[in-house]
Design a protein around this ligand. Sequence first.
Ligand SMILES: NC(=O)c1ccc[n+]([C@@H]2O[C@H](COP(=O)([O-])OP(=O)(O)OC[C@H]3O[C@@H](n4cnc5c(N)ncnc54)[C@H](OP(=O)(O)O)[C@@H]3O)[C@@H](O)[C@H]2O)c1
Length: 210
Amino acid sequence: MKIGFIGSGHIGKTVAKCAVRAGNSVIMSNSRGPETLSGIINELGPKATAATAAQAAAEGDIVVVTIPLFALPKVPVAPLDGKTVIDTMNYYPVRDGHIKELDNGTATTSELTARHLPGSHVVKAFNSIIASEIETTARPEGDPQRRTLPIARDDDAAKQTVTRLIRSIGFDVYDAGPLHEGFRFQNGTPAYCARANHGQLIRLLKQARG
Ligand SMILES: NC(=O)c1ccc[n+]([C@@H]2O[C@H](COP(=O)([O-])OP(=O)(O)OC[C@H]3O[C@@H](n4cnc5c(N)ncnc54)[C@H](OP(=O)(O)O)[C@@H]3O)[C@@H](O)[C@H]2O)c1
């Protein structure tokens, strides 16, 4: 699979590294342009290329949007039409400014992403694990220490695609339901970044207050 990345920071680079290890190729982008990504591309190896955000969006079979939430309006819409989009973003008012619907709980971050990308199939994933732990806590299938990561999504086919990717990287997956249920593992909840197995994660998700 070819995976496009809009954002090549802590999460983007680490997910890309793990995705390459799992046999995928990656197209990386950032806000400053492909010429600023040579270090990361060297690190990721021959299965990685640098591009603009619009190119990464157009060329990825699936695309990971992994930028600060304040930059969401800059994510290109047309090239993502019909695609599965992984949204890793969390909301930090100090960084992102206050967003009324997130403050009053009438929307989740990934619902805002889906609203910005009405033709895309948005899956909330990788928002609830510390970037470095994507590498350090990944475990092969069947390992008793294998973690379960939560996802939320409105589309079933996109869920299957993202689940396969996450499993190949080294984690089990728990489907927490539609994008609105993403509040259960946003930052500040008991499930957020918990090193949990399937049963533990389900218990933690239930503790979230909507
Ligand atoms: N770090 C974590 O452990 C962690 C864990 C879970 C979730 N998250 C969430 O995941 C998201 C990414 O986090 P991060 O820690 O990886 O952030 P980061 O290290 O600050 O990296 C952000 C990346 O986004 C790029 N970017 C910003 N605006 C862009 C635009 N308009 N088009 C394309 N690329 C753009 C930046 O490029 P430039 O450098 O060129 O500006 C940079 O590559 C955030 O929403 C964060 O809250 C982070």
